[in-house]
Design a protein around this ligand. Structure first.
Ligand code: ARG
Length: 246
């Protein structure tokens, strides 16, 4: 994509950076687990774009962790390495990790790498461990701020209007689950509730097909998918300020 290097273009960019400051501040040093369950639906270019967005998060002070699934018929350990390389193409250090060893993950974070994790280790090679499950284990052990489900679903839909519900609390999800029929959503919401049960304050369900989905979700108050929060999760300053202005 060509950069807009005109004077108005530069001015727009400056404004966007300034507008991002409250978000950058709120997310500074925060550990964000991205559960990347979209390898089967993204083409190479889209995948590179997602990895670039993740590299961007790191450059502005967050500590992202990627946990990924594996494309049908591909070797998980090779995929792991490949995704880490895509991040390195963007000039950010990244390392592929097999399995959910907290100490190794902690060490890579402390050394400014983005860990890219495949749930299986050599000794658990044939065990089925979903990226969701692995994300939960990692997020809980490492004290993550949030987990982002970046996958095929664009959020929880309202049963009557079919619109995406932007924000829900733990109890609201519990209530709505009784009337959910879509098996995919039943599973996703169950996974989200289990995450919150393990003490992770927020889970986001967003669609990987939407360009810059992660950025749209994090750097706005309304987001792009469904955010599920524990009943007592604190709000960010950027959210509080936004509400005060309304
Ligand atoms: N930017 C905030 C966050 O990352 C709020 C996102 C809101 N998202 C939503 N789907 N309502 O936590």
């Amino acid at each position: 994509m060509l950069e807009n290097n005109t004077m108005t273009g530069s001015m727009d960019k400056a404004q966007i950076l300034v507008d991002s400051l409250p978000y950058i501040r709120d997310f500074n040093q925060k550990i964000i687990v991205i559960c990347f369950g979209a390898s089967n639906i993204l083409n190479d270019e889209e995948e590179q774009e997602v990895m670039r967005d993740i590299a961007l998060l790191k450059s502005i002070g967050m500590r992202p962790i990627v946990v990924h699934d594996t494309r049908m018929g591909y070797d998980k350990f090779r995929e792991n390495k490949r995704l880490a390389k895509l991040i390195e193409f963007c000039g950010i250090k990244s390392v592929g990790i097999c399995g959910m060893d907290t100490q190794t993950i902690r060490m890579t974070l402390d050394n400014d790498y983005i860990p890219v994790i495949t749930p299986n280790d050599i000794d658990t090679e044939d065990v089925i461990i979903t990226p969701q499950e692995a994300s939960r284990v990692v997020a809980e052990a490492i004290g993550a701020e949030k987990v982002i489900f970046l996958g095929k679903e664009d959020g929880v839909h309202d049963l009557e209007t079919d619109e995406i519900i932007s924000q829900m609390t733990y109890s609201e999800v519990k209530k709505i689950r009784e009337s959910l029929i879509d098996p995919k959503m039943l599973l996703k919401t169950k996974e989200a509730l289990t995450m919150l049960d393990s003490g992770i304050p927020r889970v986001h369900i967003i669609n990987a097909k939407i360009r810059h989905a992660i950025l749209l979700e994090l750097f706005s108050v309304i987001g792009i998918g469904t955010m599920i929060m524990s009943d007592d999760a604190p709000y960010y300053m950027h959210e509080i300020r936004y509400k005060q202005r309304l």
